[in-house]
Each structure stands twice: as C-alpha cells, then as structure tokens.
Design a protein around this ligand. Structure first.
Ligand code: KIV
Length: 284
C-alpha cells in the first residue's frame, strides 16, 4: 500500500482553495482500486455505470443496491485512502426522502463509503437535504443524468440553449443551498460549467465532459483504457489501450496452448524422484 493520507472533505476544499484540480475516476473492482490508490487519485466513484461496464447491461437502470454495495466493498479494500463515493442506483432515492436516507445509510455502513452521489436538480433537493441532515456527505449530479436518459432523449449535451442552461445553473445553486458539498456536471457546455464554478460558494464543482473551469475532473475508467467496447464518448480521452493489450495477450495464449508451446517447465510444479518412485510403488 502507500503512505498517503486519507482524503477528506476539508482536504478537497483545500485543493480548491489552492487552485489544485481534483482527480476523480470511476472504479468497480479491487485490482483497479489498488492501482488508483497507488496513483494517488483523490476521489473514486463506484458508479452505477458498472451496470454497463461490468455487468453488460445497456443502461444503468437494472443496477441494484446489492450490486453497488458488493462492488463498493471491493473498491474500498483496494483503496483505503481515496474519497470513496457510492452512486445511488435507480429508484434507491427517487421514491421518497426516507428511502433515500436509508439507502445512503446502507452505503456508508456496509461499504465504508465517504459519501454518496445522486442525480437530479430541484426535484431531488429534499433528498439531498435529508441525506445531509442525516450526517452523510452528498454530491449532486446535473446535466446528462444517465438514469433519466430516456426522458432526456439519449446521451446528448445538456444546456446548449440559454433556457436550459439557466435551469442547470439554478439547479446547481439549489443543490448547494440544500447541502450538497459537491456537484458533478456531466456533458454541460464549458461556459455553463464556468458560470456554475464561479458562482459556487461552498461547493466543489466537478466536470465530466464539461470543460476545464471546474474544480476537478471525472472520467470513466473503462473509457480511458479502451475497456468498454460498445461506444467511446467524445469526452473520454484514451490514456492507454489496455483492451488491445489484453486482446493480444488472449490471442497469444490461445495460440501457444494450441501449438503446445505453453506451458513451459517454469510454468508447472514438480515432485522429487524419490517421492515419485514411492508413488509408483504405492500404485503398483
Ligand atoms: O455511474 C457513473 O459512473 C456516473 C458517471 C457517468 C458520472 O454516474
């Protein structure tokens, strides 16, 4: 492990005050969390995008609290020090304030998350307030909100027009006033993100495809490393093509087994001649 300090909300605000951008990535499993811990990533999101990246669904909607908790626990074991955010899955907070508080509490108690994230603006402000009043740090999520992708008409930029942009700006302020300590802006125009960031008083603004003005950046891990075959969103810079490396390795393995060049002596275990002789005697 590393000797890094556990990331806390005051430390995140200190980064903002020092004009140091915050790093945030999705993560869904132990080995990747281990690597992100070594890389010193500030925040980790166990996103319900795991429904697509890990479970192969077409949307995030079938993901359950049980799925989220199982993956969050694995991530926490791999990264004890990043600020771990559990993403509230579909219908774990929409039905009522009480449902929202209970499920946020489950995340904290069962996965050792440091906070939760939920999607929506003014209509979810009372859920944010209830969760924060229960002592749980909450992050809002505006712009493209994947759980409402059908209502939004697909994966498209949100707030390109002035009226919709004003609504997102108003929603950001409402979430902040209701206690969200941070807000993720997904696929919002850079100028709208800049206005929201400049107007934020006690709230950290994070961007996914919303430009450089935010206090920090989020990327989906699988998009960064060519690990999600179905599509590559424009905002996802590929930092390395691990998918290609793995595919080549798999083909090579199949070839070597087929051609009987794998395994080699260093890949198997032996027994002494003495033990072998005893064995053959025992077998008659
Ligand atoms: O589930 C997730 O990974 C998310 C991102 C798309 C922001 O919510």
């Amino acid at each position: 492990m590393t000797d890094r300090k556990k990331m806390t909300i005051p430390m995140l605000f200190k980064k903002v005050a020092n004009n140091e951008p915050i790093t945030w990535l999705t993560c869904y499993d132990y080995p990747t969390a281990y690597l992100q811990e070594q890389a010193g990533i500030d925040m980790i999101l166990v996103g319900d995008s795991l429904g697509m990246t890990m479970l192969g669904y077409d949307t995030t909607l079938p993901v359950t609290m049980e799925d989220m908790i199982r993956h969050s626990q694995a991530v926490r074991r791999g990264s004890p020090n990043a600020f771990l955010v559990g993403d509230m899955p579909y219908m774990s907070y929409q039905p009522s304030i009480e449902t929202a508080i209970r499920n946020a509490g489950r995340f904290m108690a069962e996965s050792a998350c440091d906070g939760i994230k939920l999607e929506g603006g003014v209509e979810m402000a009372n859920r944010i307030k209830g969760i924060v009043d229960a002592g749980i740090p909450a992050i809002g999520h505006l712009g493209l909100t994947p759980q409402s992708v059908s209502a939004l008409g697909g994966h498209r930029v949100q707030g390109k027009g002035a009226v919709q942009a004003k609504k997102i700006i108003d929603n950001a302020k409402i979430l902040e006033e209701n206690g969200a300590f941070a807000i993720l802006l997904e696929m919002v125009p850079d100028r709208v993100c800049k206005i929201i960031t400049e107007r934020a008083e006690n709230c950290i603004i994070l961007s996914l495809g919303s430009g450089p003005s935010a206090h920090g950046q989020l990327l989906i891990y699988h998009d960064m490393f060519g690990l999600y075959p179905k599509f590559k969103p424009r905002m996802a810079k590929v930092f390395g093509n691990a998918g290609e490396v793995i595919l080549n390795g798999l083909k090579q393995y199949a070839k070597e087994v087929t051609e009987k060049t794998f395994p080699q002596p260093e890949n198997w275990f032996t027994m002494t001649d003495e033990e072998y002789d005893d064995l053959t005697k025992m077998l008659g």
